[in-house]
Each structure stands twice: as structure tokens, then as C-alpha cells.
Design a protein around this ligand. Structure first.
Ligand code: FE2
Ligand code: FE2
Length: 199
């Protein structure tokens, strides 16, 4: 029997998100027509923005100190590298010369990143499970945060994905060595999100 998203534990939920984004990228590759391409690219970007928020605000902080630091640090930087492309893709459209190339490169970056998270035994999720994290509690917090992030970001591609590891960023956010405080008062990357300047 298939488990519903509401019943999944943290790892199952994040993996389900990964599969969903992979499907959107596959549809983008097959899609014909600029409107369809743009809609799919924006759907992938939205899903990825929300996914990175729930990982960075809930799952990754819970992993800090419990799994290899290098792996976690690289994951934050990989997210940030993807966000540069996400923000750029959302600012543009299929008429641009490099639009399809950017979506393809984004999908390849995500494929690599997902492998690092899902890899058997040495992957992030396996390490987190081995460390005994409470995957049900984390799932509940991520589901709640996903709802609020979706509500805020859906239909608003102008809200930029915020990076945390680049020069001038709030590195402390990504270094957090304690799980963030309880529900409802997440640091909310979204609350300090910048809007892209109108063009
Ligand atoms: Fe992920
Ligand atoms: Fe990730």
C-alpha cells in the first residue's frame, strides 16, 4: 500500500519531493511550446525553493553534529549554487538563448545533490537514520513549514531563494549546531526574502 505524504517520515517525505522534481524535469525535457516549458520550469523552481527551505530550516539543523560536517556543509553550498540558477530561471523565460541550458544544468545539479542525500549507507539520509534522529517529529515540522512556504511562494516567482553560504550571507544560519526552536518560530528564510527588482 502506498503511504500518503501526511504519513511519511522525514526521509520518505524528502525522497517523495525528490521524485516529484525529477518528474517535472523529465516533463520539461519532453515539453513542446514556450508556455508549457515556462510553466514546468517554474513549477520545478517552486518545488525546489520550498524543499530547500524545509531542509535548511528543519532537517539539516537536526543533522548538524550528528552526521559528517563535510557532507552537510557541501549540501548547503550545493543548495546555494542551485538557487543562483533558480532565481535566474524565474527571472527569465524560454525566449532567452540559455534558458533550456540553465534548466538542464539545474536538473543535473539536483541529480548530483539528491544522490549525496539518498546514497546507501554513507549518504546523508542513511547517516541521519543511523544517528537516531526522530524522523516522525521532523516530518511533522517539515510538513507544517512546507505549507507556509508554499502559501507564500506559490505564484510569486519574484521572491528570491535566499543563499546562506556565500560572501555577505548569514553563515550562522547554515552553521547552526542546534535544531531550530520549536514549531511556529522558525527563522523563516522566507520572512527575510528579498524581492527581485522589477524589470
Ligand atoms: Fe533533498
Ligand atoms: Fe538538499
Amino acid at each position: 500500500m502506498t503511504q500518503s505524504y501526511e504519513e511519511m517520515d522525514a526521509v520518505a517525505m524528502l525522497k517523495a519531493d525528490h521524485r516529484k522534481v525529477e518528474e517535472i524535469f523529465a516533463s520539461f525535457e519532453k515539453a513542446r511550446g514556450k508556455d508549457r516549458k515556462k510553466a514546468l520550469a517554474e513549477q520545478a523552481c517552486l518545488e525546489l525553493k520550498v524543499h530547500t527551505i524545509i531542509e535548511e530550516e528543519v532537517f539539516y539543523p537536526a543533522c548538524r553534529g550528528q552526521i559528517e560536517d563535510d557532507m552537510l556543509n557541501e549540501a548547503y553550498v550545493e543548495h546555494d549554487a542551485a538557487k543562483v540558477l533558480i532565481n535566474d530561471i524565474e527571472a527569465g523565460g524560454p525566449d532567452e538563448a540559455f534558458y533550456e541550458a540553465k534548466v538542464k544544468v539545474l536538473s543535473e545539479m539536483i541529480e548530483h545533490h539528491v544522490k549525496e542525500e539518498e546514497m546507501r549507507s554513507e549518504g546523508m539520509f542513511s547517516q541521519a537514520r543511523a544517528a537516531g534522529l526522530d524522523m516522525d517529529a521532523l516530518a511533522d515540522r517539515m510538513r507544517a513549514r512546507k505549507k507556509s512556504a508554499m502559501a507564500q511562494l506559490k505564484g510569486h516567482p519574484e521572491i528570491l531563494a535566499e543563499t546562506h553560504t556565500f560572501h555577505g550571507d548569514d553563515n550562522a544560519f547554515a552553521m547552526a549546531d542546534e535544531p531550530m526552536a520549536g514549531d511556529g518560530d522558525e527563522p523563516a528564510a522566507a520572512s527575510k526574502m528579498e524581492m527581485r527588482e522589477a524589470r
